[in-house]
Design a protein around this ligand. Structure first.
Ligand code: NAD
Ligand code: ZN
Length: 354
C-alpha cells in the first residue's frame, strides 16, 4: 500500500502470522518494545497461537480489550494509554493490533496519539478487516457519534492470517463480504461477475477463493487510498452504500445490525438511485436475488421510518450545506458523487420496503 508518505506490505494467507517476528525485526529504527492490543474473544480462542509467533523481544506486553465495538470508547482508550505508560513504551515501541475492525481502529488511534504517534502493525481477524486494516483511518466513538474522534495513521504492516477466519460467526462473514461486494461494484465489473457466478453461499467458502476475494478487496481499497489518502476526492467512493446504510445502523441503535448487513441495504438503495439518475443497464433484481440467496435481508423494521433515516442521512459527512450527496454508479466500476433530491430518496426508500 502506498498512502501519502507511507508504504507498507499487506500479506494475505494461511499462516502469515509466522512472518511477524521477521517483519518486526526488519523495522527501522529498531523496535524497543512490543505492546499487543487483542480483542477478548480472539484472545480467548487464539492466545496459544498468537503467543507462538511473538517477535523475538525482551519487552513484550499484553493488553486484552473488550470484544468488538465495546472497545472503541474513551474508557478503553485511556486504559490502553495507561497500560502503555506503565509498560514504559517509548517512541520506538510498536503496537500490534489483533482483532477485527474495532480493535484495529482503537489500537490504531492509541498508536496515532501515544507520544504523538508510534508505529503499529495490524493482525486482522475478520473479513471486514480487509477493509478497515488498510488505509490508515483510525478512530474511537463519541457517545454522540460513531468514529467521531480519530486520525489518519498508517500501519507499518498488515499481516492477514486467514486461519483466524474459521471461527468467525456467519453474521460476521456476511458483514465483511458486503464490503468485498461493494469494492467489486465500485471498481471491478469483472470481479463482480466472478463473485455473482461463483458465490452462492457464504457458508464454508472455499479457502483459496476466499483468499482471492480478500486480496482483490485489499487491492481495490489500496488503489483508492493511494490516489487519495485523506479523503479529499476519490476516497469518498468507498462510501458507496454507506449513506443509507449508516442511517439504518444509527437509527436502529448500533449493534442491532452488523455494519455490512446494513451497508448491503444501502448498496441496493444506491443502485436503485443510480438506475434512476444514470439509466445504467445494471440488473438490480438479479443482484437482489443473489444477495438474498447469500442471506442478506432488505427488511427494514417499520419503526425505522423514512423520516428517521432521512434525518440521519442529512448528518452524513458527505452532506454539505444541507444537500445530501450520494456515491452513485454510472455503471459498475464507475462511481461518482451526486446530489440527490428528497423525492428520489423517498422513492428509493419505498422501493426497498417493497
Ligand atoms: P469487530 O471488530 O467488532 O468484530 C466483530 C465480532 O467478531 C466481535 O464480536 C469480535 O470479538 C469477533 N471476532 C473477531 N475476530 C474473530 C474471529 N477470528 N473469530 C471469532 N470471532 C471473532 O467488527 P468488524 O466487522 O471486524 O469491524 C467493524 C469496525 O470496523 C467498526 O467499528 C467500523 O467502524 C470499523 N471500520 C473501520 C474502517 C476503517 O477504514 N478504519 C473501515 C470499515 C469499518
Ligand atoms: Zn463500511
Amino acid at each position: 500500500v502506498h498512502a501519502g508518505e507511507a508504504t507498507y506490505p499487506v500479506e494475505i494467507g494461511e499462516n502469515v502470522l509466522l512472518s511477524l517476528p521477521s517483519r518486526v525485526a526488519s523495522l527501522t529504527p529498531a523496535v524497543t518494545s512490543v505492546f499487543y492490543i487483542v480483542d477478548k474473544a480472539v484472545y480467548d480462542q487464539y492466545e496459544g497461537r498468537i503467543k507462538e509467533h511473538v517477535p523475538n523481544h525482551q519487552h513484550v506486553f499484553w493488553h486484552v480489550i473488550p470484544a468488538g465495538e465495546a472497545a472503541k470508547t474513551f474508557d478503553v482508550y485511556q486504559q490502553c494509554l495507561g497500560a502503555a505508560l506503565e509498560a514504559g513504551l517509548d517512541r520506538h515501541s510498536l503496537i500490534i493490533a489483533c482483532g477485527g475492525g474495532a480493535t484495529g481502529d482503537l489500537a490504531g488511534f492509541v498508536s496515532a496519539t501515544y507520544m504523538r504517534g508510534i508505529r503499529f502493525i495490524q493482525l486482522p481477524t475478520t473479513i471486514l478487516a480487509h477493509d478497515s486494516a488498510v488505509g490508515g483511518k483510525v478512530a474511537i466513538n463519541h457517545p454522540l457519534g460513531k468514529n467521531m474522534v480519530g486520525s489518519f495513521h498508517q500501519p507499518s504492516a498488515v499481516l492477514y492470517d486467514l486461519s483466524f477466519l474459521r471461527t468467525l460467526p456467519i453474521k460476521e462473514v456476511r458483514s465483511g463480504f458486503a464490503e468485498v461486494i461493494k469494492h467489486a461494484l465500485i471498481a471491478d465489473p469483472a470481479f463482480l461477475e466472478e463473485l455473482m457466478k461463483n458465490l452462492s453461499t457464504l457458508e464454508d467458502i472455499e479457502p483459496s477463493f476466499l483468499a482471492y476475494c480478500l486480496k482483490k478487496g485489499v487491492q481495490i481499497k489500496s488503489e483508492i487510498v493511494r490516489q487519495d489518502e485523506r479523503e479529499t476526492g476519490v476516497r469518498a467512493y468507498l462510501n458507496f452504500g454507506h449513506t443509507y446504510g449508516h442511517a439504518i445502523e444509527a437509527a436502529a441503535g448500533y449493534g442491532k445490525w452488523t455494519h455490512g448487513e446494513a451497508i448491503m441495504v444501502g448498496v441496493v438503495y444506491a443502485l436503485y438511485i443510480s438506475k434512476q439518475v444514470n439509466h445504467c443497464d445494471f440488473n438490480v433484481s438479479l443482484f437482489i436475488d443473489w444477495i438474498q440467496r447469500l442471506g442478506y435481508t432488505l427488511s427494514i423494521p417499520e419503526e425505522l421510518s423514512f423520516t428517521k433515516l432521512y434525518d440521519r442521512m442529512a448528518q452524513d459527512k458527505k452532506t454539505i450545506a444541507n444537500e445530501i450527496r450520494f456515491v452513485l454508479l454510472e455503471e459498475t466500476g464507475v462511481p461518482h458523487l451526486k446530489k440527490v433530491t428528497k423525492e428520489l430518496l423517498e422513492e428509493a426508500d419505498r422501493f426497498i420496503r417493497q
